[in-house]
Design a binder for this molecule. Structure first.
Ligand code: MV4
Length: 447
């Protein structure tokens, strides 16, 4: 087991990883930028190293500085959290070359899943259902247009190096294909330096359901059930829950079997998520996230398994502490992502938190990186914390969520808390009756 690990992240996830490391008796090194000198993760860690100026390009994305900090402090391993360098295979190679351990998957796994077309081909070979479409090497427009006709409109053009909806264009009619393709290619080239695309049948009103998987370095891979992440706005998840509303045992078995097959197909090690679209009894693989996700506490709440503990254990050479038959889920969990944003316009609202009071009580967890008096810097993601609520069933979970939201106080800045207080009383949300378009339609009506 490691004596010391460095957390190459900030905010709520850095605090969250430090908590588990300390539970395990592992000492922790925080890294911080100018703007984070007084941030909570710096206070919580055993040691802290200043790595640069506030902009992420000068600090949290500077793999060289992060590795130097790990070597200088005698850390044996680096936990990347999510975002930043967590899915950067070149960084993983640099960490390994420096004689350190990356707490996460191999660079090979990240590369295998990093390009949507190759990922889909690999999943098809493994017998995992993928969205019908074209995901070959050839990119001539005439061929892509003929593939789109074969698939049948509406189709979705997707950048193979894309993610989070970037480089994606929905095309309703053949006459629009050429312009949509050029536009998607331009955006993809600018954003990812790679303008290759795949063409898929557009799945009109799906739910976005992802399965948590975990592999170790002995060929084992398990699933930890599903999360429904359909409540999204502009590809930003807002609410996540588990189990997925309306999930049947048969469908759950099919999706989780497919997810474990996917993980085993790439000899996956560490925490990962297989993302599916689900509609009318059919589910389709769309992509794999080769990192711990923001919403992982929802899975921890229903299974009782500490995913960061498993990450650290597996990275240090241990096997999974659980077998599939040991992983049961009980009850229901919901996560609300609390952002320092205007709850109506979603524009960032940095500034000083004059009063921060978090809810407590049975089934309530708050993962946050802020405190009363903390000045939120304008340089980073607006997520300030996550409220995760667990109950014996979805009704009790919603009751607890309503009470916890009423108890939660964040003064001095605007946050998205009022949005959740509104949603928790909404009939569609209460019934779990929402697809990937529901939230944006709801917000449009509110305007
Ligand atoms: C799709 C899709 C419908 N049909 N692919 C969004 C980004 C990435 N996670 C994949 N995503 C989707 N891929 C096909 N063939 C719907 C989504 C999607 C989505 C699309 C538009 C608006 C919001 C969305 C939320 C989740 C998933």
């Amino acid at each position: 087991m490691f004596a010391k690990i460095l957390i190459a992240n900030r905010g709520e996830i850095a605090c969250r990883v430090i908590r588990t490391a300390r539970k395990m008796g592992v000492r922790t090194i925080a890294v911080y930028s100018d703007a984070d000198a007084r941030s909570l993760h710096v206070e919580m860690a055993d040691e802290a190293v200043h790595i640069g100026l506030s902009p992420v390009g000068e600090s949290y994305l500077r793999g060289d500085k992060i590795i130097a900090a790990a070597l200088a402090t005698g850390a044996q391993a680096i936990h990347p959290g999510y975002g930043f360098l967590s899915e950067n295979p070149d960084f993983v190679d640099q960490v390994v070359a420096a004689g350190l351990i990356f707490i996460g998957p191999s660079a090979a796994s990240i590369r295998a899943m990093g390009l949507k077309d190759a990922a889909k081909r690999l999943m098809e070979k493994a017998g995992v259902p993928v969205v019908p479409g074209y995901h070959g090497e050839a990119q001539e427009i005439v061929l892509l247009a003929s593939k789109a006709r074969e698939i049948g409109y509406p189709v979705l053009i997707k950048a193979r190096a894309g993610g989070g909806g970037k480089g994606m264009r929905r095309v309703e009619h053949p006459d629009e294909f050429s312009e949509a393709l050029s536009s998607a290619r331009r955006e993809a080239k600018a954003a990812f330096g790679d303008d290759r695309v795949l063409v898929e049948k557009y799945v009109d009103k799906p739910r976005h359901i992802e399965v948590q998987v975990f592999g170790d370095n002995f060929g084992n891979a398990v699933h930890l059930y599903e999360r429904d992440c359909s409540a999204q706005r502009r590809h930003q998840k807002v609410i996540e829950e588990s189990p997925a509303p309306g999930m049947t045992e048969a469908l759950r078995k099919a999706m989780t079997d497919a997810a474990v097959k996917a993980a085993k197909a790439i000899h996956y090690s560490g925490a990962g998520t297989i993302e599916f679209l689900y509609e009318n009894g059919e589910f389709y693989f769309i992509e794999m996230n080769t990192r711990l996700q923001v919403e992982h506490p929802v899975t921890e709440a229903i299974t009782g398994i500490d995913l960061v503990h498993e990450q650290i254990r597996v990275a240090s050479g241990g096997g999974l502490s659980v077998k599939q038959e040991d992983i049961k889920f009980n009850g229901h969990a919901i996560e609300c992502r609390i952002n320092a944003e205007d709850p109506r316009t979603f524009t960032p609202s940095p500034g000083t938190i004059t009063h921060f009071h978090t809810p407590g009580g049975l089934g309530i967890r708050v993962d946050s990186g802020v405190y009363s008096g903390y000045k939120i810097p304008p340089y980073y993601d607006s997520l300030i914390g996550k409220l995760i609520v667990h109950g014996r069933n979805r009704v009790e979970c919603m009751m607890r969520l309503r009470r916890a939201l009423d108890e939660f106080v964040v003064d001095g800045i605007k946050t998205t808390l009022p949005l959740f207080r509104d949603l928790v009383g909404n009939a569609d949300i209460a019934n779990g009756d929402y697809d990937i378009h529901w939230l944006e339609k709801y917000l449009a009506k509110e305007d």
